[in-house]
Design a protein around this ligand. Structure first.
Ligand code: ADP
Length: 608
């Protein structure tokens, strides 16, 4: 009913005071009325006996009939006179009930009064009192009657009547005063109750406010108890609790941040699920592997979070057997190969399972590259070796005796051996660059210088192939920090490829410009040490056959040739060497191509 403690204290208090004050008022006004009545009655009694004494001489004893028959007018004027003195209505009544005199009315008009209760009483016991409504005065009236005795015998009755109007007025004035006092007292008491209640509940409100702040994670609030009562004890206990909680939470948070730091440093994806299979922890690597955000999937089931039925099965197996289970997985969505392992976290955390995901994609990729390398190498070696064998056999089988033919064969043998040694040299070079064994002779060099050197070397070849070579390089480009011979080799390689893969009549443009953000987007990958406006971007653009989108990501691998039939004559090592050389310069190389329209090769080198 009362919502606050303040109301609970103040309202009943107020009601109690109001009720007791009103009760007291009622009681007091009743008492006052009774005592007024008693006083009035006493004074009426005194006055009645005085009047009785006064009229006795006018009364003949009833035993001597005819002794005295005083005229009614005497009694009437007596009644009126005494009424003026006593300020009451005076009635003198004969023993037979006839009104002899009355100060309020003409006795002739009045009925017999013997049946009036006060007269009846006076007849029996000498005095009579009645409180009743007077038909004569039309007022509530207190009557007092006495029997006036002459020689011990009742000779008449004297009755005094006083209207109660005055008493009623006094009593109701008293009641009004009492009610006002009660209301005023209640008001003061109510205010006092409110103040007491407010000051009692003030610390409670502070406590509530502090608890609310605690719920939002703010443990700084403390309550200063101003009293030394139970509530102050509660406040002190609360302060203690809040301090302990804050310390505990800080401890937990530091534990948690240590744990998440460890988890995020791990090279494996880690997911921890509770007994209901809901994700409680998911580290950064797992976020990357499954392409989810930890905050978004926290609390979701494993199936919802990772969307992989094999992982759910793995978790179920571990949960039911209580043992480690592992299995390889393939995520087709992002072409990842994983080794997944699920381990129960019992006995400390019964029902909890920790899942590890080792990303084997790179290992698988390297394995494939290695396998491809070996098979490519054997393939590349087999072809020239087979033709060498055929040539030597032909020589042995008699061609030696035909000197012009023998010379032709020897020339072809030399070509094959040259191709083989070029391949071996390139392989060696690649291995040396990869292992960092070739020291780069770095110096500041102008981009145009390098472009012109490469073009000079291959201009003749391009002309022979019926291609136009253009150079587009502003002369005021900043110098780059590079090994000019190595870079010239890379550019020569790219130009050589462009010549090889562009049909006659085509065009090749070599250009250099300051790297800007648009090239960053085109590279679609971090640009190594190249920063916009702090690196030079080289491009070799041709109008040749182009590269199929499936081949494009692989052309920088060793031995990779997009179209083995067409790209005859190459080793497939040129771009691999170019990539390693550029990366050794803290640069980056990439390509874009539209099949049938041409290709553009880009690389960037930081400025000196
Ligand atoms: P290769 O010795 O075969 O040229 P590279 O490593 O230089 O070896 O090139 C790898 C493959 O990339 C080539 O076999 C070819 O398929 C493709 N490629 C390189 N440059 C171009 C180009 N400008 N136009 C079309 N394809 C190219």
């Amino acid at each position: 009913m009362f919502r606050t403690i303040q109301q609970r204290i103040a309202i009943p208090y107020l009601l109690l005071i109001l009720v007791s004050m009103l009760g007291l008022g009622l009681y007091l006004s009743r008492q006052a009325r009774q005592s007024y009545l008693a006083n009035l009655q006493a004074s009426l009694a005194v006055q009645a006996s005085l009047i009785g004494d006064a009229i006795t001489p006018h009364l003949a004893p009833p035993a001597q009939p005819g002794a005295l028959q005083p005229p009614a007018a005497d009694f009437q004027s007596l009644a009126e006179r005494w009424a003026a003195i006593t300020n009451a209505r005076v009635t003198i009544i004969s023993t037979s009930g006839i009104v002899l005199g009355d100060s309020a009315r003409d006795p002739g008009e009045m009925e017999n009064h013997l049946n009036r209760p006060e007269i009846q009483q006076a007849q029996r016991s000498g005095t009579g009192t009645a409180l009743r409504f007077s038909t004569t005065t039309a007022m509530n009236t207190l009557y007092h009657a006495i029997a006036v005795k002459v020689n011990g015998e009742t000779a008449a009755y004297v009755r005094l009547g006083a209207p109660l109007e005055r008493i009623e007025q006094d009593v109701s004035a008293l009641q009004r005063a009492l009610v006002s006092v009660a209301l005023l007292a209640s008001l003061l008491a109510g205010l006092a109750a409110l103040w007491i209640a407010a000051s009692t509940t003030q610390p409670l409100r502070q406590l509530t406010e502090a608890a609310r702040r605690m719920a939002t994670g703010d443990f700084q609030g403390r309550i200063n108890p101003t009293t030394s009562d139970e509530i102050a004890d509660l406040a002190r206990a609360f302060n203690h609790l809040s301090a302990r909680l804050a310390a505990r939470i800080q401890e937990l948070e530091s534990e948690r941040s240590k744990l998440s730091a460890v988890l995020d440093e791990m090279s494996d994806g880690v997911v921890i699920v509770d007994p209901q299979g809901r994700v409680v922890i998911l580290n950064a690597i797992a976020e990357q592997i499954f392409n989810v955000e930890a905050a978004a999937v926290m609390g979701n089931t494993l199936a919802e979070a990772l969307r992989h039925h094999q992982i759910v099965e793995l978790w179920q197996q571990t949960l039911s057997s209580g043992e480690l289970h592992s299995q390889p997985l393939e995520l087709s969505a992002n072409r990842l190969y994983l080794q997944a392992a699920a381990l129960p976290m019992a006995p400390e955390n019964p029902g909890y399972v920790i899942l590890f995901f080792q990303n084997l994609t790179r290992t698988r990729y390297l394995e494939t590259v290695r396998r491809d390398f070996i098979s490519n190498l054997s393939h590349e070696l087999r072809t020239p070796l087979a033709s060498l064998k055929a040539l030597t056999e032909t020589l042995q089988e008699g061609a030696l005796d035909d000197p012009p033919a023998a010379r032709r064969f020897l020339q072809r043998i030399e070509t094959e051996v040259d191709a083989l040694s070029q391949m071996v040299n390139e392989l060696l070079e690649l291995a040396r660059i990869e292992s960092g064994k070739i020291p780069l002779k770095m110096r500041p060099v102008s981009p145009l210088e390098i472009i012109l050197a490469a073009v000079d070397r291959l201009r003749l070849q391009a002309e022979r192939a019926g291609l136009e070579v253009k150079v587009n390089c502003p002369p005021d480009l900043p110098q780059i920090l590079a090994d000019p011979l190595r870079l010239e080799q890379v550019l020569g390689n790219l130009l050589h490829n462009a010549i090889k893969f562009t049909p006659a009549g085509g065009q090749i443009i070599l250009s250099a410009s300051l790297l800007d953000t648009s090239s960053l987007n085109a590279a679609n990958a971090p640009l190594g040490g190249c920063e916009p406006n702090a690196a030079v971007l080289f491009t070799v653009e041709d109008t040749g056959v182009g590269i199929h989108p499936d081949d494009l990501p692989r052309i920088f691998e060793r031995f990779y040739k997009a179209d083995r039939a067409r790209s005859s004559g190459g080793t497939g090592l040129g771009l691999a060497i170019a990539r390693h050389t550029i990366e050794a310069h803290s640069g980056r190389i990439w390509a874009q191509s539209v099949e049938g329209q041409g290709s553009t090769f880009y690389f960037c080198i930081p400025v000196a």
